[in-house]
Design a binder for this molecule. Sequence first.
Ligand SMILES: [Zn+2]
Length: 474
Amino acid sequence: MDQAPTNLGAHTEAGPASVVTDYYRCPSDSIHIKVSAGRPATLTSFTFKSVPCFGRVAGVNDAARPGAGADTSYEIGSDRSMVLPFDPAEVVENFRHERYTAKRNSDRMLRAAYYTMRPLLGARVRQMIQRQLVRRRLAGGFPHWPLDCSVERLLETLMFAALDAREGDEIPFIWFWPEGFTSAVMMTHDVEAAVGRDHCAMVMDLDAMFAIKAAFQIIPEGRYGNVDALIDAIKARGFEANIHDLDHDGRLYADQEKFRSRATKINQYGKHYGLRGFRAGAMYRQQEWFSFLDFDYEMSVPTVAHLEPQEGGCCSVMPYFVGNLLELPLTTVQDHALFYILREPSIDLWKRQIESIVEHYGLISFIVHPDYIVGQQEQNAYRELLAHLAAIRESLNLWVALPAEINDWWRQRREMRIVRESDSWQITGKGSERARLAFARNVDGKLTYRLAGGHQTQPGLPAAPGAQRCPTVR
Ligand SMILES: [Zn+2]
């Protein structure tokens, strides 16, 4: 296990450019950002070169939600730094920590009422209410459905602006994934009840058939007995196990004091079973309280949460740190929502989401419940997804990895450095033999990435060796 530093950011350059240099792992002196003075105290919605933003911005009046306000741009200072009317680090934090949801209370009240009533309602009524809630959220427009990559789009736009400020120079960075993989795929299975536990072996068989590694999230208390044997069986077959909630009563984050004592128990289970990852029941979360969780990684933040009980979403398809905990967001629709809320028999939505995530080289993560793929139709859909992943794994050069492997890589990449050695750039640090040097360039007015060792002059090259297409960043 990698021992991560205790202080996030202690090794990074402070200042507004650090959010860009941390994301790309490019040399800290390659991007210079200055933030204009005179920003108001209130948070506002606006856009930056059409990318939705939410934060304090100079010269823009209040608007209701991200993307609704005025469009802003940058200027290039006399020292060739980029001058922005907002702090990009603050805007990215507001997205990742879902702070833009604070203004919307009607949804929260509806949800509270729903969960009070929930035990009294039948499955059909519950699904009807869920569908009604989803319709309201989808009509709300933000985060963008079926995928919102506002964080990546903002950072890409800033990288492009940095190239502009440097007059067309290329900027080296550490490619997002090891060995030049285009994107990562992470399959997870939350085990909800005894029926799910009894189908874990079947799901492992299915996954193994398509050479997909997966992680199973296990509820430690009250849902099904024999947790030890289940975790052993999962580990014995080379799959990963993680802790899923405490007893999954839907109230983990209802009260801070109770959460702290529950987190202590959850941490003890993690230690006892030697498990490094955590996911809360029903994707409930309160990112400000994550510091009480003693795990390496957390997996309860959806990219877009329109179909989850708790609204919001981190608007990002990349892992990110919350303190020293690595968040591995859920970037695709859950099987439950696909089958029972959208009532969608095909996997077209999953395919569309995968395509959009790959355009930003992101993490393609899934939750498929052993409890819900018992029926033939659902099981067929899952088989189809596995077959699709197996097919594009080669053609798109995808890294199918366990959460623990993604965690290890992301932590190593955070510690790596790009250094200039005589005429070339080198990556140094633990794990750097798996890292690939990449360059961001302006090719015909578009941000384009090029991996070292590829052809140097042609635009539109595959982002990774073996990839059939190179999604130019939009
Ligand atoms: Zn669950």
